[in-house]
Structures are given as C-alpha cells and as structure tokens.
Design a protein around this ligand. Structure first.
Ligand code: FAD
Ligand code: NAG
Ligand code: NAG
Ligand code: NAG
Length: 539
C-alpha cells in the first residue's frame, strides 16, 4: 500500500520533500497557499501579508556549489553567488526535472492539522485545507511541515520605551523592497543580522545618514576569501570542521576571532560581538567600507525613543530620525498544528535532530527546514527530507522515545552551558549537522576506506569544500555522477569568471626541481599525518 504524505509549502523544503517522497515510493500531496513555487525566493514588488520574500537586491550568501541540491548542480555558467531570480529559476528547473509540479495543489492553504482518532494505532493525521473559499479535509499517513520559519514578523515595539511617542515613520524589513523613498533621510536600522547589514549598506548610498544599532554586534565575513575564492568553499571543509571539533571551545573561538579580524578589526569598527558565538556571523562585502567612509554609523542598543530622537544605551542621542527600520527577524509559528503538538515545537532544539517531535507514539510528523546552519540551508533540508521519507517508508527506524528525549535534554544542557537559551536561534555547524543526518541514512562518505579505493577523491572530500555531492557517493540514493561532480566543482567556480580570457599560450615559469621535491615531501608527510589522525578519531 502506498503511504500518503501531506507536505505543507512548496518552497525549498517542500520541493526537496516531494522529490524524496517520490523516490521512496510514497505518495506526496503538497499544499501551497500561493500560486507559485519557491517560497521566499519568489520576489514580489508589493509586500503581501503572510508572505515573506526577498528584497529587490538580494544575492545569495552561500555560493552555488555549496547551495545546490546534491544531485542537481547549478548550471556551469551561473555566477558563484546568485541573484534571487537565479535561485528561483534553479528551483523551477529542479521541479520540472524531477516532475514535482504534478504533486502540488496551489492556492491551497492548510489551516489545521489534527491527529486522527486512531492515531495511536495508525499514526494518521487529518489535514484541513481551503482552496478559493472551499474547505476540505483529507486523511494522511504522514505529514512534512515545510512552511518556513520566516513567517511571523518579529516587531518588538514594546521593548523600546517611548516608541509610542515617536513621530517618524517605521517599518519592518519584511516590507522593505528597495531604498526608494529613503533618499536624503536619517535612517535608524535596528538589528545587525544579515538583513540589517544589507539594508544599511543599500540605504546608505542615498540616505543622509544611516545608524546601525546592534545589541550584540556581529562578525562580518565577506563572500570572497583569499585570492577571490568563494568563502564558504574555503572554510566549510571536513578537515577544518574536524580540527575545530578537536580544539577546546575557548581556543577555537580565539583562533576564529583572529581569523575574522584579519579583514578588519571588529573592535575598532564597533561590531565585535558580546557573545562571541558563531551564531552572530553575517555575510556582507560592503558594510566595513561603509563604516570606514562614515555612511553607516554603528550604535549600541536603543534605550529610549522620544518624538524625534533615539537615545542609546551609551547615553548618546541622535536627533531628527526620519525612519526606523526593524530588521529584528521573524519567529516561526505553526498555528495550524493542534496545540498538544505545537507546544513541543516552539523551538527546533525541542525536536529530535531538529526534525522529529519526540513525544508522538508514531513518527509520522516531521519539520523540514526548521533550522539554522552555518552554511547553506538547501543541502541540509534535502538530507532531512531524505531521512524523513526513509523513516516514513520504514527503511530507517527512529530510536525509542526515551532515547530521543535524553538526547534532546543533553543538547539543551550543552546549549545552556554555552549561555544559549532555549528560544534563542542557534546555528548548527554545517558539516557537523550534515554528517549527523547522513549517518542516520547511511550516506556519510567513508574517508579512510575511500583513501584506499580512490585516494584522489578522498583527498578532495577531506580537504576540499563539503559540497553536498559527497552524500550521493554511497548508500541509498547513490548518484553515479556524484564523483565527477566533486572532481569538477572548482571548474564550475571558474567558468562564469572566464569572461575575458587572456592569451593562454605563454608558458608558466617552472619552479626548480629541488623546490618541487621539497614541497611534495612536506605535503605528503603532512597529509599522511592528518589522515592518520582523522581515521583514528572518526573510526
Ligand atoms: C533574505 C534572505 C536571504 C537568504 N539567503 C539564503 C542563502 O543565500 N542561502 C541559503 O541557503 N539560505 C538563504 N536563506 C534562507 C532561506 O530560508 C532558505 O534558503 C529557504 O528558502 C527556506 O525555504 P523553506 O521552503 O523552508 O521556506 P519558505 O521559502 O518560506 O517556503 C514556505 C512555503 O510554505 C508556504 N506555506 C506556509 N504556510 C502555509 C500553509 N499554512 N498552507 C499552505 N502553504 C503554506 C508558503 O507560501 C511558502 O511558499 C535566505 C533567507 C532570507 C530571508
Ligand atoms: C521504500 O522505498 C524503497 C525505494 O527506495 C522501496 O524499494 C521499498 O519497497 C519501500 N518500502 C516500503 C515499505 O514501501
Ligand atoms: C544568509 O542569509 C539568511 C537570511 O538573512 C540567513 O538566515 C542565513 O543564516 C545566512 N547564511 C549564512 C551562511 O550566513
Ligand atoms: C587556450 O585558448 C584557446 C582559445 O583562444 C582555446 O581553444 C584553448 O582550449 C585554450 N587552452 C587551454 C589550455 O585552456
């Protein structure tokens, strides 16, 4: 019997989920309240209530090789960081290529999900939907929630005394499309996350002045690493992640801080985070130079507003503020879930591996994409979906309830020790999280074994970027082109840059032989040492 699965939302998470359902012999039905796929990557000129999407200038903050789904690389000619329209185009291609569109019911809102009366024996759910005012209910064997966690606008007006007196204009970044209308104004931006940084830079081009107020500060990283390589491809490697795991947290944080301060000194620029956690890393190529040029001024948290001015926690006052933009983020809400379930899902840290609510008698409900990672969300979401559909299909099993509860409790304790509260959004280390889910499915690449079978590939996997193709090399869902995709990943980085090829016939100057031998020996020695160390710790 085919098992029927309901998928709520046709964004990145929903699309990956449909594909995985089809591959595991499940029967997916995806409900999407809009009339298009892509979720927040679908740009609209005018913001609509209840719909989050990107502003006009958004360019991805993860590079194309790190962002793609594991069996569907971006076209070779795509730039390395992608304008939002290219991401949407990619998602459309993906949906077409894997025939996902037939499974989607557009303009259909899911307004309620309840346990079926026989839930304890069947694990079934009743999904209530509305299409053009017509309501319907359907019984499903399992549910995947892919409705996104940028749904509820977080607008903390109450936490700023005196804001009710403020006479200027204010908005949430949800409404922000472009800097039109802000020319010549004095703008105060609250929150220095990814969006806050982007908006500050963009508005500062034409505004009279931009103040960027941040309570915690942020580590700012560029998209570009040494010699112009994509930053995430250089730093999201299995090897660096492994070294970071070995080091004590205090030493690790010191080394990272040193690394982050190489581009510019975060203390001098007033951005150094109070909580020096990796959660406060943002990607922005221009913010530091805007600060250097004085078009953006960094300020601490606002203590109080008056009719026209903002008083900051350090006692300074900025008069005649015209516009306040809250880039204070979003909160996830799953109002359509019945309360007993919703309460457990307030934070993704309450979920088993951030996916499964642990307290249900049957594992037939899963959250996809309800997570933050230090890298791209697409490959992480895809692995979640691969795992979940295999659990639904019966190929993978979850541990007993008490083991899951224990693991979650341990995780919470670990976070509290680090000073991170339950509700605070924590970013998972990308490589670590990917591997954790991959182990559940049985698709984590076995580096020591590969070193014997295919040393060339193994070295790329260990020292190269942790691209998602790595999780298609073995086990269920194996893709025969994965090896080649890994070996050619840097070619696809260079391809879009080769728009002005200079005469390539001139010979490169060769280093002397002794130098070559020396470098080779040093390289070989270090490699063998590292591999031995890695094999020792991971086996
Ligand atoms: C400005 C911005 C930039 C980003 N840049 C990057 C980046 O560079 N790289 C990266 O990896 N990630 C990035 N992200 C993260 C982003 O969250 C993910 O890339 C991804 O788009 C999340 O997809 P999703 O499917 O989980 O959610 P969404 O895209 O929000 O999709 C949810 C879908 O569910 C539908 N839906 C919701 N509720 C219901 C309901 N009750 N009934 C029916 N349908 C419903 C919605 O209409 C929507 O289509 C960015 C996010 C933002 C906001
Ligand atoms: C699960 O999916 C696999 C395909 O990946 C299929 O061979 C198997 O029969 C399915 N199991 C069930 C119980 O449907
Ligand atoms: C990219 O931007 C989004 C939205 O602002 C954010 O959630 C995500 O964490 C960012 N990714 C990285 C790697 O910083
Ligand atoms: C050198 O450039 C020519 C075109 O000018 C091209 O045909 C050839 O493949 C290039 N060689 C290499 C090694 O890239």
């Amino acid at each position: 019997m085919e098992r029927k699965v309901a998928i709520i939302g046709a964004g990145v998470s929903g699309l990956a989920s449909i594909k995985c359902c089809l591959e595991e012999g499940l029967e997916p039905t995806c409900f999407e309240k809009n009339d298009v796929i892509g979720g927040l990557w679908q740009f609209t000129d005018i913001p609509e209530k209840g719909r989050t999407n990107v502003y006009r200038s958004v360019v991805s903050n993860t590079s194309k090789e790190m962002t793609c789904f594991s069996d569907f690389p971006f076209p070779e000619s795509c730039p390395n960081y992608l304008h939002h329209s290219l991401v949407l185009e990619y998602l459309k291609d993906y949906a077409k290529h894997f025939h996902l569109l037939d499974c989607i019911q557009f303009k259909t809102t899911v307004y309620s999900i309840r346990k079926h009366p026989d839930f304890t024996t069947t694990g079934q759910w009743v999904v209530y939907t509305e299409t053009n005012g017509k309501q319907a209910s359907t019984v499903f064997d399992a549910v995947m929630i892919c409705s996104g966690h940028y749904t509820e606008v977080n607008l903390p007006l109450d936490s700023f005394p005196g804001f009710e007196n403020f006479k200027g204009q204010y908005m949430h970044s949800w409404e922000y499309r472009d800097p039109k209308g802000l020319e010549g104004k004095k703008v105060l931006i609250l929150g220095a996350g990814n969006t806050g940084g982007d908006v500050a830079v963009e508005v500062s081009r034409t505004a009279a002045k931009v103040f960027l107020s941040t309570r915690n500060g942020a580590w700012v990283l560029s998209r570009m690493s040494k010699a112009g390589w994509p930053n995430d491809m250089v730093f999201q490697t299995r090897f660096l992640s492994f070294i970071q795991g070995l080091l004590p947290v205090s030493i690790r944080d010191k080394l990272l801080a040193k690394k982050f301060n190489q581009w510019f000194n975060h203390k001098n620029y007033g951005l150094i985070p109070i909580k020096s956690s990796l959660t406060y890393v943002i990607i922005n190529d221009e913010l530091p130079s805007c600060i250097l040029c004085g078009s953006v001024v960094v300020k601490p948290n606002v203590k109080k507003f008056t009719e026209t001015s903002a008083i900051f926690e350090d006692g300074t006052v900025e008069e005649n503020i015209d516009v306040v933009i809250f880039t204070t983020g979003y909160a996830a809400s799953f109002l359509f879930l019945e309360e007993s379930v919703r309460n457990v899902c307030k934070s993704s840290t309450f979920l088993y591996k951030q996916v499964f609510p642990p307290h249900l008698q049957k594992p037939t409900l899963a959250f996809i994409g309800f997570i933050s990672v230090t890298g791209s969300i697409l490959p992480a979401v895809e692995l979640q979906a691969r795992w979940v559909t295999r659990v639904f299909n019966g190929s993978n099993k979850l541990p007993p309830m008490n083991r899951m509860m224990n693991e979650i409790a341990k995780q919470k304790k670990r976070l509290l020790k680090k000073g991170i509260s339950n509700t605070e959004k924590k970013k998972e280390s990308f490589v670590h999280y990917m591997d954790e889910i991959a182990v559940c499915i049985g698709v984590k690449p076995n580096v020591p074994l590969l070193l014997l079978q295919d040393p060339k590939l193994a070295l790329k996997i260990l020292f190269g970027p942790c691209t998602s193709y790595q999780y298609r090399l073995c086990g269920p869902g194996k893709w025969e082109k994965a090896r080649n995709a890994i070996l050619t990943q840097w070619d696809r980085v260079l391809k879009p840059l080769k728009t002005r090829v200079i005469d390539n016939s001139s010979k490169r100057i060769k280093p002397p032989l002794w130098k070559k031998i020396f470098h080779f020996t040093a390289f070989l020695g270090t490699t063998i040492f590292i591999i031995l160390l890695y094999s020792f710790y991971t086996s």
